[in-house]
Design a protein around this ligand. Structure first.
Ligand SMILES: NC(=O)c1ccc[n+]([C@@H]2O[C@H](COP(=O)([O-])OP(=O)(O)OC[C@H]3O[C@@H](n4cnc5c(N)ncnc54)[C@H](OP(=O)(O)O)[C@@H]3O)[C@@H](O)[C@H]2O)c1
Length: 277
């Protein structure tokens, strides 16, 4: 059985590829940059993007199941090509922001892809993670250069999830039965604050790191300056302003689906220590 992995060069996608190979599946990957993708030799690599109908047709030929990276601009094209290729099952990387009661751009973009996949008539599973532990990789440069992390809302606790725990649920949904028509909220095992995350990274690399709380305005200017779209910045700030407490309390899904507990942020930091050195 061939499984197509999109977003295969990403944090989650690489783990999905490794887990599928370990399970004995045949893996094909779609990437816009095959020459630098660095995927395992056993992966069949197809060049192209997620809105490219010709590349999708090629990538989907003979494929039964797909791990779908969410790109709203390409969702309709993907669904058309996947239906034409008789794809049976689609496991979508979505976001918990879909379930927030207030309208927000991150949720709207992911919901658009969820709806397109549902309308396609596949056996679908939506993965709805909260914040990734990998988001803290954006601190690496300032940690290396200045030994400091600057973030707004020091009090905002959330339960960051390990990318490989998302992948473990994805691969269960791809290879096992019993996950069709389900939207899984996903999180790490414990709600922690940014200063606590910073302490975990400091312990992992054996070096002191200072935490400096920014005002929301300072964070806004910094993120806009880094090229994050204004609507996404607004979603990020409103999420943090409410402390991550409402929909982002830890949920037991990883344990329930995979049979083992989700990894803590401290465990993630030890595994990723070299990224911060
Ligand atoms: N970060 C969070 O806290 C969070 C929380 C909930 C949900 N999510 C969802 O998870 C996604 C991030 O997953 P990740 O960390 O595994 O991804 P990532 O590391 O950012 O990698 C995404 C990969 O997808 C491929 N891609 C194809 N078309 C793309 C496009 N139009 N835009 C961006 N990438 C494209 C790229 O591969 P090629 O260049 O090889 O084509 C890229 O390497 C977010 O975009 C969001 O949808 C994130």
């Amino acid at each position: 059985m061939t499984v197509l992995v999109t977003g295969a060069t990403g944090n989650v996608g690489r783990c999905v590829v490794d887990r599928l190979l370990a399970a004995g599946a045949q893996v094909r990957a779609l990437t816009r940059r095959p020459e630098t993708a660095g995927l395992p030799d056993r992966v069949e690599v197809v060049a192209g993007g997620l809105a490219d109908a010709d590349a999708l047709a090629k990538a989907l030929a003979g494929v039964d199941r797909v791990f779908l990276f969410p790109v709203p601009e390409g969702a309709q094209t993907f669904v058309e090509q996947a239906k034409a290729a008789d794809v049976r099952r689609v496991v979508l990387l979505s976001s918990i922001a879909v379930a927030y009661p207030e309208s927000n751009m991150i949720g709207e973009r992911h919901r658009a892809v969820e709806e397109a996949v549902e309308a396609g008539g596949f056996e679908w599973t939506h993965l709805r993670p909260g914040p990734f532990a990998t988001n803290s990789l954006s601190w690496a440069e300032a940690i290396r250069a200045e030994g400091v992390v600057r973030e707004p809302h020091a009090e905002a606790r959330h339960a960051p999830i390990h990318e490989d725990d998302i992948a473990a649920v994805a691969v269960a949904a791809l290879l096992e039965d019993g996950h069709a028509g389900v939207a899984y909220p996903l999180s790490g095992p414990e709600a922690i604050s940014p200063p606590e995350q910073v302490r975990a990274i400091a312990a992992a690399i054996g070096r002191e790191i200072r935490f400096e709380e920014e005002t929301p305005e300072q964070a806004r200017a910094r993120w806009i300056g880094a090229g994050v779209p204004a609507g996404i910045v607004d979603s990020m700030l409103s999420y943090r302003a409410r402390g991550g407490q409402r929909l982002d309390a830890p949920v037991p899904t990883v344990q329930q689906v995979t049979g083992r507990p989700a990894r803590t942020f401290a465990e993630w930091a030890v595994e990723h220590a070299d990224d911060f050195r």
